[in-house]
Structures are given as structure tokens and as C-alpha cells.
Ligand binder design. Structure first.
Ligand code: S5P
Length: 263
């Protein structure tokens, strides 16, 4: 079924996790990854209960939760699996390969529950091997999303840097795809042309109300992002800060899914 909707992305994909994502998205008719940026476990449970059916993935920042415990986190991850969601820890790793591997362990033990993580390529491509080794250490596998662009104003990821990230990442089997800037469809279309048709591009900086967000965040429209080549819209405040998160999640799911069909 997923191949009908995803076309060349499905046909060219060599990644089990990417295909799993495309299958989940096709089953649930949504390209939404929720940026679950709530600071309490109860806030996270409430969110997943109300909007889980409208999401294809769940993005976490495990280190911003005030009352985190290993027990509550494993219950949360179980809930995410029950809701048919990939778990994506947005850790933005950036250190050398060996330290990144060790940072997959530690108190949060990200390697044991994450399917995807983000990384900057500033320290060189060995970071991808380090993160993959982290998953292997616990008999699991996962995918790395490299930050090729960012949504925040004044960021230092200029076009030359983006090109380097893409050229080093596009043929690496450990790289699931790239983070692109959802607030600028023209930049995103350019990124897609460089990435080609195989790898995923996931995009934050997306909101049905376009314009500037808090502290330098910028927003673009979900449909524009998908038409420009995004495979997943990462939405935070548009859902978790809305008066009715369920209605908002439904609206983002419909906008993103219809745009994929249009594409
Ligand atoms: O360039 C980026 C990369 C990321 S992963 N810009 C971002 O905003 N993000 C993340 O996306 C950020 O860490 C946050 O969790 C989410 C955007 O949240 P929103 O509330 O602005 O939609």
C-alpha cells in the first residue's frame, strides 16, 4: 500500500526504518511528527493519549522533563509503540564518534528506546558510526537524521555547509535522512534536489500560522513544505500549545497527507 502513496521515495529507499515510517504514515494518513516538548511526564502522557492517532512519529527531548524517571519513561515508550509511533530523540549529538556512542548510553540510555536521533555533522562523519555503534551495543538498530538546515533565524548552517552535510550523508547507510528548514520552501526544494530521491527530509519550523515564533523560531506552511520535498512535518507548539490539541493534530495530519497525495 505505502508504495502507491510514496512513489519514488518508497522505490528508492534502502532503509528498513524509512520504509516502516512510510508504512505507518500510510496507515494513519498523516506525515506529522509531534515535537512533544512538554516538561512533565503527565503532560506527555496527556498528549500521546489525545493526539497519538494523528501522528506518524513522536519527537522527544528527554533531558527537558522535570520529573523524569526510568520507569515512567519506559511506560511512555510502551504507549508510543502501542500507538504505532516511531520514537525520535532530538538529542542533536555533535561530539566525536566515541563520545557520541557513549552518550547513547548514560542515564537516559537513548540507544535502548530511540528509533531515530538527530546529529550535527560538525565533528565529521564518524559521529554516524558512533551512534550506530551505540544502537548495536544493545542489539538494536536506528537511523540518524543529520541537520542540513535549521529553522532558527541567524543559524550558521550556510549553503556550503548544507552541501557538505548532504554529500557526506546521502550515501551513508546509517543516515536515515536530513533535517531541512520547513519555514523556507525554496531552500527546502533546493535541499531536495541535492539529496535526491532516496533519503528522507524531515522539517521543523512548520505551523498553520506562518511567520515568526518565539526566540527566533520561524514558521512555514505544512503543505508548502511537503510540496517542496519534505517527507515529515515536525510540529510542536502548533499542536501541544493549541487550545484543542486533538483538533489541531487532525488539521496538520490532513494538510500533510493531502499534500503528499498532491505531490
Ligand atoms: O532547525 C530546527 C531543528 C529542530 S529538530 N528547528 C527546530 O525547531 N527543531 C525542533 O523542532 C525543536 O527542537 C523543537 O522541538 C521543534 C519545533 O517546535 P515548535 O514548537 O517550534 O513547532
Amino acid at each position: 500500500m505505502a508504495n502507491e502513496f510514496w512513489g519514488e521515495r518508497w522505490d528508492n529507499s534502502t532503509s528498513d526504518i524509512a520504509r516502516k515510517y512510510m508504512e505507518v504514515a500510510s496507515r494513519k494518513k498523516t506525515l506529522v511528527c509531534l515535537a512533544a516538548d512538554r516538561r512533565t511526564m503527565s503532560g506527555l502522557f496527556e498528549l500521546i493519549d489525545s493526539v497519538g492517532p494523528y501522528l506518524a512519529a513522536l519527537k522527544t527531548h528527554v533531558d527537558l522533563i522535570d520529573d523524569w524517571t526510568p520507569e515512567s519513561w519506559s511506560e511512555f515508550c510502551k504507549k508510543a509503540h502501542d500507538a504505532d509511533l516511531l520514537i525520535f530523540e532530538d538529542r542533536k549529538f555533535a561530539d566525536i564518534g566515541k563520545i557520541s556512542r557513549d552518550q547513547m548510553a548514560g542515564v537516559y540510555d537513548i540507544r535502548s528506546w530511540s528509533d531515530l536521533v538527530t546529529a550535527h555533522l560538525i565533528s565529521g562523519p564518524d559521529i554516524v558510526d558512533g551512534l550506530q555503534a551505540g544502537w548495536r551495543d544493545v542489539g538494536r538498530s536506528g537511523g540518524v537524521l543529520l541537520l542540513a538546515q535549521m529553522s532558527s533565524r541567524g543559524n550558521l548552517l550556510n549553503p556550503d555547509y548544507t552541501d557538505e552535510v548532504v554529500s557526506k550523508g546521502r550515501n551513508h547507510p546509517g543516515v536515515f535522512g536530513f533535517i531541512g528548514n520547513g519555514s523556507r520552501p525554496d531552500e527546502l526544494a533546493e535541499l531536495r534536489s541535492k539529496v535526491g530521491n532516496e533519503k528522507m527530509i524531515w522539517t521543523p519550523g512548520v505551523n498553520l500560522t506562518v511567520g515568526d515564533g518565539e526566540m527566533g523560531q520561524r514558521y512555514g506552511d505544512p503543505r508548502d513544505a511537503v510540496l517542496a520535498g519534505s517527507d515529515c512535518i515536525i510540529v510542536g507548539s502548533g499542536i501541544h500549545r493549541s487550545e484543542n490539541p486533538e483538533d489541531s493534530a487532525k488539521a496538520y495530519a490532513a494538510a500533510s497527507w493531502n499534500a503528499l497525495l498532491e505531490r
